[in-house]
Design a protein around this ligand. Structure first.
Ligand SMILES: NC(=O)c1ccc[n+]([C@@H]2O[C@H](COP(=O)([O-])OP(=O)(O)OC[C@H]3O[C@@H](n4cnc5c(N)ncnc54)[C@H](OP(=O)(O)O)[C@@H]3O)[C@@H](O)[C@H]2O)c1
Length: 277
């Protein structure tokens, strides 16, 4: 079976860095055209030069967009469709996290996170899904998170955005599948990208290295699952194991374990210098 992105017009959000950049690289050999979307134009231009050099028959469009602004999301979809044609694959990858106790969180950051992780992702999906259904093919690849399936104190609002992505993706998978449209969600654990810097790690400890994978590995496994029309992809052996054991653990037990973890996070954050608190 051909991959959903073969000879398709593909939109990749968050293509300026990390997982999105690698997804674009890995789809480039087969796609008809790629629209690269993020805010940092120079990063997208650099990637476009690289992809055009390696894949001369590929059409590459650079489309700087702030996905926190719904009007810009709409204009982006209009521009891509006008220039490249019908969108066959949408990759909703752009997103960011926020870490810290909720009573000290910055509302502007939370709001912007909900707009990018939730509102833009839903809006873009709703713009392309009807035509995919009408044509009987196409696909949406949503980059959720292990936090789409689990929870952890100090990540409350981020966890909530990814639970939304997981719920939407699984429901759409069931709606789309009988109609020929693939919706796959990816739930990675820690991936070595710029994510950690934007997150604002208040615990002062990096994620455990045993759990961390590269962006290229995450992209490869995501696309393998997408090509196989999977509903859910969990990249990396360690995360598969963690998610599997999480699925079998009762929620009350997780809450019991996370109570002292919440206190530990709070102590770490309050002990940090004021600027980081
Ligand atoms: N890395 C991890 O540990 C990890 C784990 C689980 C899930 N994820 C998820 O993976 C996805 C990709 O993250 P990553 O790890 O590759 O992090 P990253 O390297 O920081 O990349 C994030 C991408 O999102 C884009 N973005 C952020 N805000 C945007 C906005 N307002 N408008 C347009 N684009 C925006 C960024 O582009 P600009 O800054 O140029 O706009 C960038 O290209 C996210 O949805 C994240 O939640 C990451």
């Amino acid at each position: 079976m051909a991959s959903p992105w073969k000879d398709a017009v593909v939109v990749v959000t968050g293509a300026s860095s990390g997982i999105g950049l690698e997804l674009a690289r890995h789809m480039a050999p087969e796609a008809k055209a790629l629209a690269l979307v993020a805010r940092r134009r120079e990063r997208l231009e650099d990637l476009a030069v690289e992809l055009r050099e390696k894949h001369p028959r590929l059409e590459v469009m650079v489309r700087p967009t702030d996905l926190a602004d719904l009007a810009q999301c709409g204009a982006m979809i209009d521009d891509v469709t006008a220039r490249l044609g019908r969108i066959g694959v949408l990759v909703n990858n752009a997103g960011f996290g926020d870490m810290g106790v909720f009573d000290r969180a910055d509302w502007d950051k939370i709001h912007s996170m909900i707009q990018v992780n939730v509102t833009a992702l839903t809006y873009l999906s709703q713009r392309v899904f009807p035509e995919m259904v009408a044509m009987g093919h196409g696909g949406i690849l949503n980059i959720s998170s292990g936090f789409g399936l689990e929870f952890l104190p100090s990540f409350a609002a981020y966890v909530a955005t990814k639970h939304y992505v997981t719920g939407l993706s699984e429901s759409l998978h069931c709606e789309g599948r009988p109609l020929g449209v693939t919706v796959t969600q990816v739930c990675p654990g820690p991936v070595d990208t710029e994510f950690e810097g934007v997150l604002g790690n208040k615990a002062g400890r990096p994620p455990p290295s045993i759990a961390q994978i590269s962006a290229a590995k995450c992209a490869r496994q995501a696309l393998r699952g997408f090509a196989r029309r999977r509903a859910l992809v969990i990249p990396g052996f360690f995360m598969k194991l963690t998610m599997w054991s999480g699925a079998w653990s009762p929620r009350w037990l997780k809450r019991l374990i996370y109570l002292p973890v919440a206190s530990w996070f709070r102590r770490r954050q309050l002990a940090a210098p004021l600027a980081d608190a």
